[in-house]
Design a protein around this ligand. Structure first.
Ligand SMILES: Cc1cc2nc3c(=O)[nH]c(=O)nc-3n(C[C@H](O)[C@H](O)[C@H](O)COP(=O)(O)O)c2cc1C
Length: 181
């Protein structure tokens, strides 16, 4: 069976964020057959929609856009780890999505929310956006502060590791079924 390349996205960029701890934990649960890589949106540091052409044209003039496009295209699937900011998902993630267009079509994307209430509002909003860009969205488990995760990002015993493994299975299956555009 071919190895699938999966990007585990850190969707927050605050200097004191816990996103890297969550993404690292998710990456440790990857099965054989998944080659996982952390995708840190803080490190990628995209400018806010600075291209003259709309992303739907596919006409990219900025090296940062081209590099982000190539990075996304290098994965068979993504898993987004997503917090909740004022009932929504972080602006840095919206910008990363809006910067590209065709790259998302048909891409399997698993979603794992974390926060109070497992970031349910954020995950709901994100689902609408991923549907619009025609990604194949796969709902993963949420991590609740006080139950699965501390607010400082320490993963607790009750964290749904088996559900994350189940998400990997779904994401890998969707990636194998994907017909290249
Ligand atoms: C601007 C801001 C707004 C927040 N709003 C919410 C919220 O609506 N719901 C929630 O569960 N947590 C909220 N929180 C708390 C976050 O869940 C918590 O800070 C989490 O660690 C954020 O992820 P990060 O550390 O990776 O940035 C908010 C935090 C910030 C910084």
């Amino acid at each position: 069976m071919d190895t699938q390349r999966i990007g585990i996205v850190i969707s927050s960029s605050r200097p004191t964020r816990i996103g890297p701890k969550v993404a690292r934990w998710v990456s440790t649960l990857a099965p054989a057959g998944a080659d996982v890589e952390i995708v840190d949106l803080a490190e990628i540091d995209l400018p806010f929609l600075a291209e003259p052409e709309q992303p739907a044209t596919g006409s990219y003039s900025m090296p940062s856009t081209t590099a982000w496009s190539e990075r996304v295209r290098s994965y068979d699937a993504l898993i987004l780890t997503v917090p909740e900011y004022n009932a929504g998902y972080p602006a840095v993630l919206k910008n990363a999505i809006d910067t590209l267009h065709a790259e998302w079509k048909g891409l399997p994307i698993g979603v794992i929310g974390y926060g109070w209430g497992a970031a349910a509002g954020s995950v709901r909003q994100l689902g609408e956006v991923l549907e619009r860009v025609q990604a194949v969205t796969l709902a993963g488990p949420g991590l609740r502060f006080g139950q699965d995760l501390t607010p400082e990002g320490e993963v607790l015993e009750a964290a749904p590791a088996d559900d994350v493994r189940g998400l990997y299975d779904q994401v890998l299956a969707a990636a194998r079924e994907r017909v290249p555009a």
